[in-house]
Design a protein around this ligand. Structure first.
Ligand code: HEM
Length: 471
């Protein structure tokens, strides 16, 4: 009897000791301030419906340096301000975190791949297609396609809806440069499922018929199947006609040729993932930027006039019918400042999510391994300390040295900085050149509202009245 009593005392003491140890360890780890919201959905709905308000409210309430939340199915720390951005972009911290995609994307749009078992890891991570030496050769193709698009879809009308047209154009261009589709029927077959994915992939993850998310899941499955077929057919074509196609321009053929030249049979799933990644990464960002640049040009005639002057100088230096070149893009300095100011006022990308690989401390708080971590453009863009009179559209902020370091970060920074920055810069500037040298712009509804989902979307598609220049 007494030995049973002794055993109970020993076990209870042991249990209490372990409990005290766990509690003291937990207390040592001071977690960031904030709330994680409802189970499963966390605070996702508030974030998606207005990312800027979401971030600013929490910075005011909890801390201007860091706060915790739960978005897209995981506990998350948001690092704020230029120092937060610097921390996440720096090499050192990059060892502590890795890229993370919300589950809706990784489960339904990307083929599962174990990077270590890839026949060629390099093809998965190689972005040479988007490097400057490749991308500058695409300027003339982008120019020709923009001219065709404006002739067919803008010129016949007195009023256009810019946002849907910018999306259509961006997708057509991507299909041409990534997959070498020169036939609009092939592009349309991919466009329908892709647009369903884009509409629903960040919506509430309710996979039941009729929901936007269900549309995205179905669209994702169709795209994956179609891309695999396209890749297989192209591989066969290249093997048959290899010598004629030794210097292919498009991403798909380049990827396949580079695999063969290296003597490696690259995984078709890996190549499909890369194309899906580029399509997703380029689609909303670039089309949203084009839309809001044109919105700002229509709202600010004095800025429009300066952009037109710069673009006419370039047109005058060219022979009739001569395409824009890489050198012309370098001359579009004021126009690029206008694009930057537009991206600051209405950011096309909110920031990025990462996953924490090992516990680390920031601003006195521990961010545990397995948490998600994020930087957001909204922690600096509207702060008067970095952007005086922040609601004003003022491209002159980007003259000289421009904004302070790590405050204007539309493409991120450090080793994970957007690899499509130059592609986007060329596409947007070529589009602006062709629109302003052809049309004057006036908003059909000056009070048109913008909603977020989480990307900014004009409620009526941005209706613009076009007035062709008198030549
Ligand atoms: C205005 C247009 C664009 C903006 C604002 C933008 C912004 C961004 C941002 C913020 C990131 C995340 C950086 C990070 O993880 O910290 C990113 C990554 C990426 N972007 Fe872009 N992007 C744009 C256009 C494009 C285009 C046109 C392409 C492809 C042609 C592209 C391809 C990518 C890829 C592949 C990544 C992932 C890079 C990696 O994880 O290594 N982006 N972009």
């Amino acid at each position: 009897m007494s030995s049973i009593f002794l055993l109970i005392v020993v076990l209870t003491t042991l249990f209490l000791l372990i409990l005290t140890l766990i509690i003291s360890q937990t207390n040592k780890r001071k977690l960031p301030p904030g709330k994680t919201g409802l189970p499963i959905i966390g605070e996702s709905l508030a974030f998606v419906s207005n990312p800027q308000k979401f971030i600013q409210d929490r910075m005011n309430k909890y801390s201007p340096k860091i706060f915790k939340t739960s978005i897209a199915g995981g506990k998350m720390a948001v690092l704020c301000g230029p120092l937060g951005n610097k921390c996440l972009f720096s090499n050192e911290t990059n060892k502590l975190v890795t890229t993370w995609w919300p589950r809706s994307i990784s489960q339904h749009l990307i083929f599962p791949i174990n990077a270590n078992s890839l026949p060629s890891k390099s093809i998965y991570f190689d972005h040479s297609f988007l490097k400057l030496e490749s991308i500058q050769h695409y300027v003339s193709i982008m120019d020709a396609m923009t001219k065709q698009h404006l002739e067919a879809k803008w010129a016949p009308h007195e009023e256009v809806k810019v946002h849907p047209l910018a999306k259509e154009f961006t997708f057509d261009l991507a299909c041409r440069l990534f997959i070498n589709f020169d036939n609009s029927e092939q592009t349309r077959e991919l466009a329908e499922p892709f647009f369903n994915v884009a509409k629903g992939i960040m919506s509430a993850p309710l996979n039941i018929p009729g929901t936007a998310f269900n549309g995205a899941v179905k669209g994702g499955a169709i795209i994956k199947e179609k891309l695999l077929q396209i890749i297989k057919n192209r591989r066969d074509e290249l093997q048959k006609n290899g010598d004629d196609l030794k210097k292919p321009q498009d991403l798909l053929s380049r990827s396949l040729v580079s695999c063969d030249e290296n003597g490696k049979f690259c995984s078709e799933h890996g190549i499909a993932n890369k194309i899906i990644g580029y399509l997703m990464a380029s689609f909303y960002t670039t089309s949203t930027t084009i839309t809001f640049v044109l919105n700002n040009l229509a709202e600010n005639p004095h800025v429009y006039d300066k952009v037109l002057e710069e673009q006419l100088e370039i047109s005058k230096s060219k022979a009739t019918g001569e395409a824009l070149s890489w050198a012309d893009i370098q001359k579009m300095k004021y126009s690029w400042n206008v694009v930057c100011e537009s991206m600051r006022l209405t950011p096309p990308s909110q920031g990025a999510f990462k996953e924490v690989l090992t516990d680390f401390t920031y601003a006195g708080y521990t961010i545990p391994k397995g948490w998600k971590i994020s930087w957001s453009v909204h922690t600096t863009y509207k702060n008067p300390e970095y952007f005086i009179n922040p609601e004003k559209f003022d491209p002159s902020r980007f003259e000289g040295n421009g904004p302070p370091p790590f405050t204007f970060v539309p493409f991120g920074g450090g080793p994970k900085m957007c690899v499509g920055k130059e592609y986007a810069r060329i596409e947007i500037l070529v589009f602006v050149h062709n629109v302003v040298t052809r049309f004057k712009l006036k908003k059909a509804n000056p009070n048109e509202k913008i909603v977020y989902n989480p990307d900014p979307t004009p409620t009526e598609g941005l209706r613009i009245c076009l007035q062709p220049h008198q030549i």
